[in-house]
Design a protein around this ligand. Structure first.
Ligand code: ADP
Ligand code: MG
Length: 300
């Protein structure tokens, strides 16, 4: 005779391992932006930046998001980070639905999830010393006497302790991005979200910053969500990738699998466009070229 399993008590943790709860779960997320009206007689045009995006990102996964500029990558990250709300659809972080929470209820999210942006100069206050920049997320959690933690973080990102008393403009672009990474790691988050973190850097320092991210994600067992318009950058740090175009995720899978045998025409165009980068006009990316190639194919 088999004994039926006891019913799970309401509100009790499930018996499945914690890792079964994805770090991030999106269901049918859309985001509409209303543009400025061009005339008082016409309604404001609506831009649909995301169209029904559904994704699961497992704990400890290194998840890349790739696509041409304007395809909705940053909008998606802002929604995952609770900095913006979806027009429809749901967003869960570690099993908690954040899609309708007001900003003041997102404190728990700030402890779990931190961001690194593309432009370290724009995201670092030029009037603040590095020690105060890095300690800022700790201070907003009410923590004091943060210098030992700041020094530990500086060392972790490969900067000398003297950096603590300098200002952002006294550093190179790559060093400033190291400072941004140190600040993001200060509250000991489990999820690190990076929006084009090396795109503004010289090619020569890109690999160094990518290697640092790679090493820190490994050492701290972080979940990484990494946006780039460049699949070769994603390939360097991510085990999985979602390919976006025009607000939709068109393909998700293991990075190597997608790189070797992409199914969607857009992804294949994205990969094929990469070698042409060298000869491409300045400012045009492989992703933009791929979008052009696909648009040209579709219009035929
Ligand atoms: N605050 C906003 N107001 C109006 N339109 C926006 C806003 N943010 C993004 N968009 C539009 O949404 C689309 C996606 O933008 P974004 O997420 O920044 O793309 P990506 O990061 O892939 O370059 C673009 O068409 C962009 O112009
Ligand atoms: Mg962007």
């Amino acid at each position: 005779m088999t004994v039926p399993a006891a019913p799970q008590a309401e509100g009790m943790p499930s018996s499945s391992p914690a890792s079964a709860v994805p770090a991030v779960r999106l269901r049918e997320v859309t985001r509409d932006y209303r543009r400025q009206r061009t005339s008082m007689f016409t309604p404001a045009p609506v831009v649909r930046a995301l169209r029904g995006v559904s994704l699961d990102i497992a704990q400890g996964q290194r998840f890349g998001i790739v696509g041409e500029s304007g395809c909705g990558k940053s909008t998606l990250l802002r929604i995952i980070a609770g900095l913006d709300q979806p027009t429809t659809g749901s967003v869960e972080i570690d099993g908690t639905d954040i899609s309708r929470l007001p900003e003041r209820r997102l404190g728990f999210l700030r402890e779990r999830l931190q961001l690194v942006f593309q432009d370290p100069m724009g995201s670092l206050d030029p009037r603040m010393k590095v020690r105060d920049i890095i300690a800022e997320p700790l201070v907003s959690q009410g923590k004091r006497d943060n210098l030992p933690r700041v020094l530990e973080l500086l060392e972790a990102v490969g900067l000398q302790s003297e950096a603590a008393d300098r200002y952002p403009h006294q550093f190179s672009g790559g060093q400033r991005q190291r400072i941004s990474i140190a600040r993001a790691l200060a509250p000991d988050p489990r999820i690190l979200v990076a929006d084009e973190p090396v795109s503004a850097l010289d090619v020569s320092v890109r690999a160094q910053v990518l290697n640092l991210l790679d090493e820190l994600v490994e050492r701290l067992s972080l979940t990484l969500i990494f946006v780039s318009h460049d699949l070769s950058v994603i390939r360097h740090v991510c085990d999985s990738v979602a390919v976006m175009t025009r607000g939709e995720v068109v393909e998700v899978g293991a990075t190597e699998q997608i790189y070797q045998q992409a199914e969607h025409a857009y992804t294949r165009a994205l990969i094929a466009a990469a070698p042409r980068l060298r000869t491409a006009l300045a400012g045009r990316t492989a992703a933009d070229l791929a979008a052009d190639t696909l648009a040209a194919k579709e219009s035929r």
